[in-house]
Design a binder for this molecule. Structure first.
Ligand code: TXA
Ligand code: MG
Length: 343
């Protein structure tokens, strides 16, 4: 299969490209498109055959449900029942935006594979001009996971999608780099107390200002069987080919680690700009130190870049778990399988 790459920037008339993408989707095909978080791989969420193509293209386990994307907030009532006050407040405050709400699904409307057999569905209205234009032209909901092969870091550029899915999907809408760089916050609002199943761009602090106390299980707590979690979080994620280790963002510690590893390893270092002079074999910037937004925007590109090197070990600096730092550390802990570098 040939994979079309259609540029959709603000400077030219793109209507023909949107028409092509919409035609493909209406005909049961999949199309990759940018959102404000990461690129998604979309299919019409009511078309079971189309949705199955997403799972096949990604190599995604069938028990991992997909997020449904809508182009207007009103559509939420077509697919969900018993919308709570908490859910309404969240939509009002954070949509369009990087917040997925897990709600009670209306039966027999969405394709069964979207919800992977659950009674609930995750829905969000993305805040990206290309995603919104696509959804509003299509006038149908799009089921869309991140547009990477399962297990790999999510794509933040069209070229990342192309690397993973070239020849497997018919079309990528190229809207440039995505802004936030980590996936949306997944908030379950069907439980008596809302629970963050996956941290993201909308932080616990931001949510609590609007809806009061929110539970956010830690990496360790998420391993406990009884903790509510997103089905997808049990799978390997965000993993480059070489093993990743977390390390403190401290010059002395990093210098000693590199010196220690260098004899047997090719070392890649993912760290803020202030560490770029360290003597690693490969260095990939995570932006200015203490700038969590820059770090989240750079993270997946840096993890993916390691696969283009001969690195045999990857050291990634930790950051504080505040604001979007919580989402960054969640992804890094998963990429590293919870491992920290030990001298
Ligand atoms: O930012 C994002 O959310 C991106 C863009 C494309 O919108 N999408 C994304 O989708 O990250 P995906 O499939 O890679 O991650 C969806 C996560 C998975 O961990 C999945 O298990 C969880 O959301 N999820 C989906 N529906 C759920 C449900 N009904 N209950 C619990 N978790 C759910
Ligand atoms: Mg994903």
């Amino acid at each position: 299969m040939h994979t079309l790459q259609l540029a959709v920037d603000d400077f030219v008339d793109n209507s023909e490209n949107y028409t092509q993408a919409v035609d493909l989707l209406d005909n049961g095909e999949v199309v990759a498109f940018p959102t404000e978080t990461v690129y998604g791989l979309g299919a019409v969420a009511t078309d079971e055959q189309a949705v199955k193509k997403i799972f096949a293209a990604k190599g995604r386990p069938s028990d991992n449900p997909l997020i449904v994307h809508i182009g207007t907030a009103e559509e939420v009532s077509l697919y969900t029942a018993n919308i709570s006050e908490v859910a309404k407040k969240c939509m009002e405050a954070f949509w369009p935006g990087p917040l997925t709400l897990v709600m009670h699904a209306k039966p027999n409307i969405l394709a069964p594979s979207v919800t992977a057999g659950l009674q609930t569905v995750g829905i969000r209205m993305p805040d990206h001009p290309v995603a919104l234009k696509l959804l509003q032209t299509l006038k149908k909901p799009l089921a869309a996971p991140s547009a990477n092969r399962s297990g790999k870091p999510s794509p933040t550029k069209a070229s990342h999608v192309f690397e993973d899915l070239q020849g497997i999907i018919p079309c990528i809408l190229d809207g440039g780099r995505t802004g936030i760089g980590v996936e949306s916050t997944v908030l379950d609002v069907t439980l008596s107390e809302p629970v963050i199943l996956r941290p993201g761009g909308v932080t616990k602090e931001m949510l609590e200002e609007v809806i009061g106390p929110v539970l956010e299980p830690s990496f360790e707590q998420q391993k406990i069987e009884s903790t509510p979690k997103a089905p997808g979080m049990k799978y390997t994620h965000y993993a480059p080919d070489a093993p990743v280790y977390l390390i403190d963002a401290d010059e002395g510690i990093i210098e000693a680690a590199i010196a220690n590893l260098k004899s047997g390893h090719k070392v890649a270092l993912l760290a803020p700009e202030c560490f770029k002079e360290m003597k690693a074999d490969y260095y990939f910037s995570l932006g200015e130190a203490h700038d969590a937004e820059q770090m989240s925007a750079a993270l997946y590109d840096a993890l993916r870049a390691c696969d283009k090197t001969a690195a045999t070990i990857i050291l990634a600096t930790a950051t504080s778990k505040t604001g979007v730092g919580t989402a960054i550390m969640n992804r890094l802990e998963k990429a590293a399988g919870g491992n920290w570098y030990q001298p």
